[in-house]
Design a protein around this ligand. Structure first.
Ligand SMILES: *[C@@H]1O[C@H](CO)[C@@H](O)[C@H](O)[C@H]1NC(C)=O
Ligand SMILES: *[C@@H]1O[C@H](CO)[C@@H](O)[C@H](O)[C@H]1NC(C)=O
Ligand SMILES: *[C@@H]1O[C@H](CO)[C@@H](O)[C@H](O)[C@H]1NC(C)=O
Ligand SMILES: *[C@@H]1O[C@H](CO)[C@@H](O)[C@H](O)[C@H]1NC(C)=O
Ligand SMILES: *[C@@H]1O[C@H](CO)[C@@H](O)[C@H](O)[C@H]1NC(C)=O
Ligand SMILES: *[C@@H]1O[C@H](CO)[C@@H](O)[C@H](O)[C@H]1NC(C)=O
Ligand SMILES: *[C@@H]1O[C@H](CO)[C@@H](O)[C@H](O)[C@H]1NC(C)=O
Ligand SMILES: *[C@@H]1O[C@H](CO)[C@@H](O)[C@H](O)[C@H]1NC(C)=O
Ligand SMILES: *[C@@H]1O[C@H](CO)[C@@H](O)[C@H](O)[C@H]1NC(C)=O
Length: 463
């Protein structure tokens, strides 16, 4: 492997920051972006956050489908290696099966008939938490590989590889390569999951980001044996995604479910090193679902009709843009200029989405994609930067600010001129960036924390 980087910021030190961990809906980063590691000097605050998030997430791992289910409780197949999650809006009626309070949770799950209450989440749905575990795994891999490129320590790359092995490969803990039991409706009898449950693994794009960088940098942690095993697992899972009636139902969905199906499938093709396969799959998306998703005025009617339109417009944009990033990487270089049948494209959809009133819905979730549009299409008047700043004045501390360049930092770093340094600066400033970032973080904490909680809850749960 090449000598570990010219560290862009040798002055980064580890420390205790309190910048809160968030969940971005999805993203994909090209390996060359991570391998070149040439980052703008005012992204240093984002870099610090990335390293902090990587450490926080790593402390929670590893994860597997076995350890994120209650002891001894399995999918209807009885196989502990099968992924399991529950349909979120379904509630038990135990009136005809004895006294509810004398039943264990597991007995309730398997003996009481369940009924749908539209829009009402059953709070116990995450007691079987394979969904949360996969989400955390995907973020842990993504941020640990990023931190490895920023900091150079193989602690981070070995973290990422260990987490991948535990979830997918190690015989004791591996997940079977199917989602036959995602979003199962609970109750008596053996059941299969729903096609909507395929969404649970949409963040495979973050894992593909990590694997491609590890592979192309020839990380000693990512051995040929591990690569071959992961390719094997992924080929089996691709076969399931392209042949199972459950999965195909998701592939036909016209709305964000269909968009994320192609994000996931193209990510898997990248993991098996089949770039043409990834290109075909994303091209398919842009020549099918995408055509019907954006109206001439930029609205996304299939998302706008949902109960949380501000969230869903941003959510589907996250899927479209992740598809576009993968498509571009795979050789579909005109993808950012492609339009839906209406003539409107990604930028119009973003412009429309952020012009709508958010009401009670969280506003920060869409920011990585506003920043992405600003970086990709340009932001000469600074309108995207200004929009983000109006809702989060410390946005250059957000990890996404690293990979949505060029984008103005709205003068943020200038307020920290004594502390921001470039790659050739001496290490004499080594402790100051941390201090200034801490000051900024203190302001950041004044943002309503509830917005983050809401954004995360909705990003994780609304399906
Ligand atoms: C990388 O992180 C380690 C552990 O926190 C730290 O000791 C080291 O100084 C960092 N290296 C760089 C180049 O920032
Ligand atoms: C159900 O069980 C609880 C606790 O064992 C008891 O307090 C309650 O009276 C019982 N209810 C009925 C309807 O049997
Ligand atoms: C599910 O797992 C995630 C990731 O580990 C965790 O943050 C969350 O608190 C868990 N939820 C429950 C209900 O245990
Ligand atoms: C890949 O899977 C095949 C059969 O499914 C098996 O024979 C082979 O040993 C596996 N290869 C690796 C590297 O695990
Ligand atoms: C991936 O594919 C490229 C081009 O098709 C090839 O050069 C490279 O060796 C492959 N890498 C692996 C790990 O198979
Ligand atoms: C391209 O992708 C589509 C959608 O998944 C699939 O139906 C088709 O078979 C693929 N074509 C090739 C040549 O792989
Ligand atoms: C869109 O197409 C124009 C004309 O070919 C090109 O100059 C521009 O860079 C493209 N935009 C993006 C974002 O790819
Ligand atoms: C970043 O570097 C550029 C020159 O490359 C300089 O003009 C700018 O002032 C620097 N920003 C900070 C915050 O140091
Ligand atoms: C980086 O910092 C060094 C030393 O402070 C300075 O000489 C150099 O011009 C700077 N480079 C850039 C690109 O800002």
């Amino acid at each position: 492997m090449r000598a570990l980087l010219a560290f862009p910021f040798a002055c980064i030190v580890s420390g205790v920051l309190s910048f809160p961990l968030e969940i971005y809906v999805n993203d994909f980063l090209e390996p060359s972006f991570l391998l070149d590691a040439k980052f703008a000097n005012d992204t240093i605050f984002a870099q610090q956050s990335i390293i902090q998030w990587a450490g926080e997430l790593a402390n929670q791992g590893p994860w597997s489908v076995l350890t994120s289910k209650p002891d001894g409780f399995n999918a209807p197949s009885g196989d502990p290696h099968d992924y399991l999650s529950w349909a979120p809006y379904w509630w038990p009626d135990c009136s005809n099966v004895g006294n509810k309070t004398e039943l264990t949770p597991q007995q309730i799950w398997t003996t009481c008939p369940y009924h749908q209450r539209d829009g009402q989440f059953n709070p116990d749905r995450l007691l079987v938490n394979n969904t949360g575990a996969f989400q955390a795994l995907a973020d842990a891999v993504y941020y640990n590989v990023l931190a490895w490129r920023l900091n150079g320590s193989s602690t981070y790359s070995s973290n990422a590889v260990k987490f991948i092995r535990t979830w997918f490969l190690d015989p004791e803990t591996r997940m079977n390569p199917n989602l036959n039991y995602a979003q199962v409706i609970r109750g008596p009898g053996s059941r299969y999951g729903a096609h909507t449950g395929v969404l649970d693994l949409k963040c495979m794009a973050k894992i593909a980001t990590g694997i491609l960088a590890l592979r192309q940098a020839n990380s000693p942690d990512w051995t040929g044996e591990i690569d071959a095993q992961m390719t094997n697992w992924t080929a089996d899972y691709i076969n399931w995604l392209q042949t199972s009636p459950i999965a195909l139902g998701e592939g036909w969905a016209a709305n964000n479910h269909g968009s994320f199906y192609f994000v996931q499938l193209s990510s898997l093709y990248l993991i098996i090193n089949d770039t043409n396969g990834a290109k075909n799959v994303t091209q398919w998306f842009f020549e099918h679902q995408y055509l019907g998703q954006i109206s001439a005025n930029g609205d996304q009617p299939l998302e706008a009709e949902r109960t949380h339109p501000y969230h869903y417009r941003g959510y589907n944009l996250a899927a479209i843009m992740t598809n576009a990033r993968i498509a571009y990487y795979s050789g579909l270089t005109d993808v950012w200029n492609r339009t839906a049948s209406s003539g409107a494209g990604i930028q119009q959809a973003l412009d429309y989405a952020i012009a709508q009133p958010a009401g009670e819905e969280p506003v920060l979730e869409i920011h990585p994609y506003v920043a992405g549009v600003g970086a990709i299409y340009g932001d000469p008047e600074g309108k995207y930067a200004a929009f983000i700043k109006s809702q989060n004045e410390n946005y250059p501390e957000e990890p996404y600010f690293l990979w949505t360049q060029p984008l103005s930092d709205s003068g943020f770093a200038l307020g920290h001129t004594t502390t921001v340094s470039n790659s050739s600066s001496s290490s004499s400033s080594s402790s100051s960036p941390l201090k200034s970032a801490s000051r900024a973080t203190a302001r950041f904490e004044n943002l309503p924390a509830v917005l983050y909680a809401l954004a995360c809850a909705i990003a994780c749960a609304l399906l």
